[in-house]
Ligand binder design. Structure first.
Ligand code: AMP
Ligand code: FE
Ligand code: FE
Ligand code: ZN
Length: 282
């Protein structure tokens, strides 16, 4: 059997592995295909292409966009992207600037509570264009201001806590259009975490291609539920570990092994789309 992991992060967003380390873990675990889905970034895809090539792993360039439909936040995965697509890069860089500004706001809120963290410390630690709350949490731990990441989120960063700052998000419809015009497939990430099933029909109407049925935090029953939804709306089925590095002393990658036949279905849909656009231009 061939397997894939289609949800992975590196240190180009809030993961801790380099692309080379991640590909190394993928090779060790025997994955046939891997997709990189850093938050609001495709920056790691160039190195991941080389690393996967060297390891004999098929690489699928991707991203995980933070998006919203009305008041509902969702994460949109994009797969088989042209990572040089100008519009994609321009839009992504806007949201990276939003992320960078938000670091300053979160640090200011933390300072107001009498905790002396500096934004520069967070940026130095993040060392990427797409910083987020995990980087603030790690900087707090590193500076000895909290005992661990959980404490950082519980005291400061979780929604509703004093240093939680809302983030301007891309509209989900624009996000899907952005992914499509870059040649990719748009997939709703970890629907079981967000509990936002009511927006699925609208996303399907707007051209969503797939749904992430298999995820580390989905129970068997949750995966089953989304497999049924995928069937109902004729959506592609995807899955991945959402590995951000080590979790309980073990790399999280390997917790989800997506049968490769699902990747083949994704590729068939890409081929179908390409064919219909060429037909339209005849
Ligand atoms: P952001 O995109 O900056 O809002 O950060 C979201 C990221 O923070 C998620 O992708 C997770 O990697 C991480 N995260 C969210 N909540 C927690 C939590 N309670 N503990 C640890 N990490 C979290
Ligand atoms: Fe993350
Ligand atoms: Fe996510
Ligand atoms: Zn993720």
């Amino acid at each position: 059997m061939k397997f894939a992991d289609l949800h992975l992060h590196t240190f180009f967003s809030d993961g801790t592995f380099s692309p080379e380390e991640l590909a190394g873990h993928g090779a060790r675990l025997g994955f046939a295909a891997m997709a990189l889905t850093d938050h609001d970034s495709v920056e790691g895809c160039a190195r991941m292409t080389v690393a996967c090539d060297a390891a004999g792993i098929e690489f699928i360039p991707g991203t995980e966009l933070t998006a919203e439909l009305g008041d509902t936040e969702l994460h949109l995965l994009g797969y088989f992207l042209d990572t040089h697509n100008e519009k994609l890069l321009a839009e992504i860089s806007k949201f990276q600037i939003v992320r960078q500004n938000r670091i300053h706001e979160m640090v200011a809120a933390i300072n107001k509570l009498g905790v002396p963290l500096e934004a520069e410390t967070v940026f130095a630690l993040a060392n990427c264009k797409s910083p987020g709350r995990p980087h603030v949490a790690r900087a707090l731990v590193k500076a000895g201001l909290v005992a661990n990441l959980d404490e950082a989120f519980e005291r400061f960063l979780k929604k509703g806590r004093p240093a939680w700052v809302p983030k301007a998000k891309m509209s989900a419809l624009e996000g899907m259009e952005l992914i499509h015009q870059a040649g990719g497939l748009a997939v709703m990430a970890h629907p079981g975490l967000n509990r936002t099933d009511e927006i699925i029909p609208a996303l399907v109407d707007a051209g969503m291609d797939g749904i992430e049925c298999f995820h580390t935090k989905h129970s068997t029953a949750t995966s089953e539920r989304y497999l049924q939804i995928a069937e109902k709306y004729n959506l592609l089925v995807t899955g991945g570990s959402d590995c951000h590095g080590f979790s309980k002393n073990k790399p999280l990658i390997g917790t989800v092994k997506l049968p490769y036949e699902y990747v083949e279905k994704m590729k068939a849909k890409i081929a179908e789309k390409k064919l219909s656009t060429t037909d339209a231009h005849r």
